[in-house]
Design a protein around this ligand. Structure first.
Ligand SMILES: *[C@@H]1O[C@H](CO)[C@@H](O)[C@H](O)[C@H]1NC(C)=O
Ligand SMILES: *[C@@H]1O[C@H](CO)[C@@H](O)[C@H](O)[C@H]1NC(C)=O
Length: 151
């Protein structure tokens, strides 16, 4: 397990700080979900993650960045436990026109990625991504079980 964790750290921290992916999908409650995957070059400080729609703050993990009134109580931004993915959950996404969302990760540097979101073109969030972490946990538990058995 330690070796695995070390390998993950090395992979995660080897290159420059950057946002590698910004994906969006529509949850079954018709909410917009965006996953912003990033890479860091240092373990600390804890990065902050902010989502913008054009110049308006949609939501942020930084308490100093308060959301635009349009998005108050509609967006939640969380850095997923034990990962380098920052998720936006936004209710009431309108269908009128394409929207330019930006995810910004601030740590040593400030890096961002933008993505155009159009509600009618969004794909449903797959069961895979919802159960992905469950599967990972199952695999981890299995490894732990096997290790326990061999000790
Ligand atoms: C997204 O937000 C809505 C409304 O606040 C909530 O009902 C839903 O459970 C949230 N989904 C996730 C995955 O956090
Ligand atoms: C979306 O917004 C970002 C940040 O403001 C900007 O850099 C980018 O050019 C915009 N993309 C489009 C297609 O307008």
């Amino acid at each position: 397990m330690y070796i695995l964790a070390t390998a993950v750290c090395l992979l995660g921290f080897a290159s420059a700080q950057k946002v590698t992916n910004l994906n969006s999908c529509l949850t079954k409650e018709q909410n917009l979900r965006m996953d912003c995957e990033y890479e860091l070059t240092a373990l600390s400080p804890v990065p902050t993650c902010t989502y913008n729609l054009e110049n308006n703050v949609v939501g942020s993990t930084d308490p100093a960045m308060s959301p635009d009134p349009t998005f108050k109580n509609r967006g939640t931004v969380t850095i997923m436990e034990g990962s380098t993915t920052c998720r936006l959950n936004l209710t009431g996404l309108s269908d009128d026109k394409p929207k330019n969302f930006t995810c910004t990760i601030k740590q040593k540097e400030t890096v961002s990625k933008s993505s155009i979101v159009e509600k009618k073109l969004l794909l449903p969030c797959s069961a895979w991504s919802e159960h992905g972490s469950m599967l990972m946990m199952t695999v981890t538990s299995l490894v732990l079980l096997l290790e326990a058995k061999w000790l």
